[in-house]
Design a protein around this ligand. Structure first.
Ligand code: MEV
Length: 307
């Protein structure tokens, strides 16, 4: 039984979304996780995840293992106490700890492949809820945006504890993603922002409100077919992320390189400190902006069209 889940990027509103402000995220299908569940000839739940060099039987893994714990949680949720004899094969092209949602994508694909193997069909809402529970095990205080955009595989305008709103763009636009290659677990930057917010909540609340405005205007610009407006909004959002201390010299170098190469705007995307940045580009300039990013030190780039 096969299932696949895309990567994601946050267009606007990361971090502020943890504090109940709106954020916009879109799936990135150029990178994905594929999970295949097959009957096994030998007893046990066998996990093969070549990208992280994992080949093990479930019961030999520590209970907090990032993949083992997801599988246990899924069995528990599905009410399965006698584990089947299966092989679970996990392949992923989403870089880990890069802000592209690799953890949430592994969970979504695992939940879908395991539940279909057991002939249990889960709604998107059920998948999303279960993956959010898993995200909380690994990430402390996630907003839920990553699991939502990856489960629904559509652009989302997300606010914590509010009904999910998906949206469509009035006109396609092109984003170049640049990876610093520096692994940056979201949990750490989210924890640091929380400490700073506790120390100076007035200042941070003002920043979060500004970002909320940016997300609102960005959604309107996208839906009304004026994506060129997003460039300036990205630049502003990046400044606020710098003030929140979640940028880094490497991210800033890539953001400035993208603008210099002709991007309409650029910002870090996701948890920050490392991981990815994104730039809005005229499609005709996408390749040269990607080249500019590589010359400035990016480890890889992805060109994606948001429809
Ligand atoms: C991570 O993709 C986005 C953050 O806002 C964290 C979260 O929303 O859980 C940094």
């Amino acid at each position: 039984m096969k299932a696949t889940a895309p990567g994601k990027i946050i267009l606007f509103g990361e971090h502020a979304v943890v504090y109940n402000r709106p954020a916009l995220a879109v799936p990135v299908e150029q990178v994905h996780v594929d999970v295949d569940v097959l009957d096994a000839n030998e007893p046990g739940v066998w996990i093969h995840a070549p990208v992280i060099n994992l080949q093990a039987e479930l019961s030999t893994l520590p209970s907090d293992h990032p993949i083992g714990s997801v599988i246990l949680k899924v069995f528990q949720h599905l009410g399965i106490s006698t584990f089947p004899n299966i092989s679970i094969i996990i392949n992923s092209t989403i870089p880990v700890a890069a802000g592209l949602g690799s953890g949430a994508a592994v969970s979504v694909a695992l939940v879908r492949a395991l539940s279909s193997f057991m002939s249990l069909s889960l709604t998107n809402e059920q998948v999303n809820q279960l993956v959010f529970e898993i995200e909380k095990l690994h990430h402390g205080t996630p907003s839920g945006i990553d699991n939502t955009v990856i489960t629904y595989n559509m652009p989302v305008y997300y606010m914590k504890d509010k009904p999910i709103e998906t949206f469509r763009s009035g006109k396609p636009f092109t984003i170049v993603v640049g990876d610093t290659g520096i692994p940056a677990p979201t949990k750490e930057s989210v924890g640091d922002v929380r400490r700073l917010w506790l120390r100076d909540s007035n200042r941070f609340e003002v920043i979060f409100n500004e970002i909320a405005q940016i997300s609102l205007i960005a959604r309107r610009s996208i839906e009304s077919g004026r994506p060129e407006m997003l460039g300036e909004l990205m630049d502003h959002n990046h400044e606020f992320l710098q003030q929140m201390t979640v940028s880094s010299p490497e991210l800033d170098v890539l953001v400035y390189a993208a603008r210099k190469a002709g991007a309409l705007g650029a910002k870090l995307s996701g948890g920050g400190r490392g991981g990815n940045m994104i730039a809005l580009v005229d499609p005709a300039l996408a390749e040269s902006v990607a080249e500019g990013l590589m010359s400035a030190g990016a480890k890889r780039t992805i060109i994606t069209e948001i429809k």
